[in-house]
Design a protein around this ligand. Structure first.
Ligand code: OFO
Length: 163
């Protein structure tokens, strides 16, 4: 059985993961609209992954006797100046998610809630992978300039990450 406060915090994380999913879906729409199909498909896949992060929390709360709740999800940004701006936003967002996970881990440890502490380890590894992934994509923008042919190449590379 998890505490009421832990449940509340995990529910807030569900909302954040769902917001992440919507952020990436909105980005995918913008990319598709601008003919950047590789990035559109990568971001749509990522949006689905974020939903699975939310469901994992949802199930954990239910399994431990808490009430898993669904809250209002803030509207994401739907318009961007460039593909580079899109991926700068993804990286920044993942840093926010990591911070939120670390706060949950701290809280679980302080409460001596070792079950939740253990459950959250998966999210720590996941955040490490995601920060790495988005940082690598951002680095590509430094290597490949995004004018004309460069933009085509970078979109194709990002599309390959979707598979
Ligand atoms: Fe991309 O973050 Fe979920 O956990």
């Amino acid at each position: 059985m998890i505490s009421k406060e832990m449940t509340k915090r995990l529910n807030q994380q569900i909302t954040l993961e769902m917001y992440s999913s919507n952020i990436y879906l909105a980005m995918s729409g913008w990319c598709a609209y601008n003919g950047l199909n590789g990035s559109a498909s990568f971001l749509k896949n990522h949006s689905k992954e974020e939903l699975s992060h939310a469901y994992k929390l949802f199930d954990y709360i239910s399994e431990t006797g808490g009430l898993a709740e669904v809250d209002t999800i803030e509207k994401p940004n739907n318009s961007f100046k460039s593909l580079h701006e899109v991926f700068e936003a993804t990286y920044k967002h993942e840093l926010i998610v990591s911070k939120s996970i670390f706060e949950l881990v701290d809280f679980a440890l302080n409460e001596k809630d070792y079950s939740t502490f253990n459950f959250l380890q998966w999210y720590i590894s996941e955040q490490h992978e995601e920060e790495k992934l988005f940082k690598e994509i951002l680095d590509k923008f430094e290597i490949i300039k995004t004018d004309g042919r460069g933009l085509f190449m970078i979109d194709r590379e990002i599309g390959q990450l979707a598979n």
